[in-house]
Write a protein that binds this ligand. Structure first.
Ligand code: BEZ
Length: 237
C-alpha cells in the first residue's frame, strides 16, 4: 500500500505557527506583522483554476467589509510569485464574473513553492491532493491565537458570507462574553453563559435580567441589539 506523508496540524486555541514569506505585497513576518488585527489566512489549490478565480474575485470584492471589522486577509498557494502576479493581473484585466470586473487583489498572496507554510498549517491533505493545498481557512485573533479552522476540498468554493459571519460571531462572543447559536447573525438572541460554564444554572434560572430567557437550566438566551454588536465591531466610516 502507498505510504502517505502525515503533517502536523495546528488546532483551535494554539498560537498561530510563525513563518516569514514572500508575497505579492512584499515580505511578511507572520503572525507578528498582524498583531492587533484579526487575520484570515487561507489557502487555495492553484493559480489559474476556475473555482479559485471565483473565490479570489469574491474575497477581494469583500475585502473592505473584512478590513472594517479589523480583519486582514492573507492568501497562500504552493505556486510561485510570478504565477501569482500573472494570475491576479489576468483576473483584473480579463475576468468578469457575477457582476464583478476589474477586480484588483490587494491583499498579500504568499508564494509557497517549498510547501513549508502549507505543511506547517496542515493545508496539505495527501488523500485529496499531494501537490495542491486544500481550501483551508484559519481565523487568527489579534493576540495571534487560532480561533476557528475551516477546510473545504478542491472542488468546493467557499461561502464568503459565512466566513464574514464567523468573524463577526467570534468578535461578538469576545466582546459580550456570550456564545452564538446556530445560524446566528447580529440582532439574533445569544446564549448565556458561554459554553462550558454551566455551574451557575440556578442563579441563571432566577436571573432578574429581563432580557435573559431560560428555556431550561441548560439553555438560556438573551437579547443583544444588532446596533450594539455592529457598533462594537465595525470601524466607523
Ligand atoms: C479550481 O479552483 O477550479 C480547482 C483547483 C484545483 C482542483 C480542482 C479545481
Amino acid at each position: 500500500m502507498e505510504e502517505k506523508e502525515v503533517f502536523a496540524m495546528p488546532r483551535i486555541g494554539d498560537k498561530a505557527p510563525e513563518f516569514k514569506a514572500v508575497t505579492t505585497q512584499g515580505e511578511i513576518n507572520f503572525p507578528a506583522d498582524y498583531k492587533g488585527s484579526w487575520v484570515i489566512l487561507f489557502s487555495h489549490p492553484a493559480d489559474f483554476t476556475p473555482v479559485c478565480t471565483s473565490e479570489f474575485m469574491t474575497f477581494a470584492s469583500m475585502e473592505k467589509q473584512f478590513n472594517d471589522a479589523n480583519c486582514k486577509l492573507v492568501g497562500l498557494s504552493v505556486d510561485g510569485l510570478y504565477s501569482h502576479i500573472a494570475w491576479l493581473r489576468t483576473i483584473k484585466e480579463k475576468i468578469e464574473y457575477k457582476g464583478m470586473k476589474n477586480v484588483e487583489v490587494t491583499f498579500p498572496l504568499i508564494e509557497d513553492i517549498t510547501m513549508n507554510v502549507a505543511k506547517k498549517y496542515g493545508m496539505m491533505m495527501p488523500g485529496e491532493s499531494s501537490t495542491k493545498a486544500v481550501r483551508a481557512v484559519f481565523f487568527i485573533d489579534p493576540q495571534g491565537i487560532i480561533r476557528t479552522i475551516i477546510y473545504y476540498p478542491l472542488s468546493l468554493g467557499r461561502n464568503f458570507d459565512e466566513l464574514y459571519r464567523v468573524l463577526i460571531a467570534l468578535q461578538a462572543a469576545d466582546e459580550f462574553k456570550v456564545a452564538t447559536p446556530a445560524d446566528w447573525r447580529p440582532g439574533d438572541d445569544v446564549i448565556v453563559p458561554t459554553a462550558g460554564s454551566c455551574g451557575v444554572a440556578k442563579e441563571r434560572m432566577e436571573s432578574k435580567d429581563d432580557s435573559v430567557k431560560c428555556h431550561d437550566w441548560f439553555f438560556c438566551t438573551k437579547k443583544l441589539d444588532k446596533e450594539k454588536v455592529l457598533n462594537a465591531i465595525i470601524k466607523k466610516k
